[in-house]
Ligand binder design. Structure first.
Ligand code: NAP
Length: 267
């Protein structure tokens, strides 16, 4: 499942108009999962999405936003969610995430998120940048709801989450939403870029589409590329294809999974 990210989306002038057009084109092409956060442009990204979706049927969209850890007390989470709803111009979020773990006790944030579900402000709750220990603690802190997703850094050069969080998430029905799928473009300098290029050429799609198909080959994995340009969005939508076993093996070999010692990698 391929959605759309909105971090650093241009929010002023002609570039903002292009970004809104790109978002709408993505939605038309089925990329209805739109990811944002109160942090992005200090609410400006949410407002831009709000303008882009104003006349679209709400039920056709899947809107996700995130609370900053510094706001993640019980009252702070509730207030942040209300702000995000106002910015987006909608009555509810499809999923609301804790952006990363901070100082506020996890149980307090989880209680706030559960209350937001009960109040109809959010349909589901999730987390971001959580390793297995954090996920286990978060899961135990919940009384009524479950963690719908864990949004994590996941691209060709950073596949360690496959060795660490994937199995836990699969076991507990938690979707992995991979962010920064193009890894700041560094895949294109790696020796394995030739493998991606060969598959893209054979299939008549861009390398970006092949990368997105690879990153979503597991049914629990979503990806949320950000593109403020409609041509990029159209290329990314073509990533909604199934690679064959030989293509997957070739990419996996060119960009191997490396286990890590420290905590979950973030940007
Ligand atoms: P990304 O999606 O990997 O890369 C975005 C860059 O790739 C933009 O410069 C974009 O250009 C370019 N691009 C997109 N499609 C392209 C294509 N088909 N061909 C060529 N270039 C293309 O990076 P990201 O924005 O860091 O990550 C995606 C989303 O994940 C974010 O926007 C955000 O929603 C989320 N995220 C979450 C966290 C977290 O902590 N939870 C952290 C980082 C990101 P144009 O914009 O010019 O089209």
């Amino acid at each position: 499942m391929i959605g759309q990210g909105t971090w650093n989306v241009p929010v002023r002038g002609a570039a903002a108009d292009d970004a809104k057009r790109a978002l709408r084109r993505g939605i038309e092409l089925g990329m209805v999962h739109v990811d944002t956060a109160e942090m992005y442009g200090d609410g400006a990204s949410e407002r831009l999405i709000g303008e882009a979706i104003r006349d679209l049927p709400r039920e056709q969209l899947f809107l996700v936003s995130k609370v900053l850890p510094s706001n993640a007390t019980f009252e702070g989470t509730t207030a942040a969610c209300e702000r995000s709803l106002r910015n987006l111009g909608v009555e509810y979020l499809d999923c609301y995430l804790l952006h990363w773990r901070g100082e506020v006790p996890l149980g307090e944030t989880m209680r706030a998120l559960e209350q937001l579900v009960a109040d109809g402000k959010i349909r589901a709750l999730g987390v971001s940048n959580f390793d297995v220990g954090d996920l286990e603690e978060g899961r135990r802190a919940l009384e009524r709801e479950r963690i719908a997703c864990n949004q994590v850094l996941y691209h060709l050069g950073e596949r360690s989450t496959e060795a660490h969080e994937f199995a836990y998430c699969r076991e507990h029905g938690i979707a992995i939403v991979g962010y920064t799928p193009f890894g700041r473009g560094d895949w294109s300098d790696a020796p394995g870029a030739r493998v991606v290029g060969r598959i893209a050429k054979a299939r008549g799609v861009s390398a970006h589409a092949v990368i997105l198909a690879f990153l979503t080959r597991d049914p629990i994995a979503f990806t949320i590329p950000k593109a403020s340009n409609a041509a990029h969005v159209e290329e990314n939508a073509r990533g909604d294809m199934r690679l064959d076993a030989a293509e997957i093996a070739a990419i996996a070999e060119a960009f191997p999974v490396r286990r890590r010692r420290g905590g979950i990698p973030t940007l």
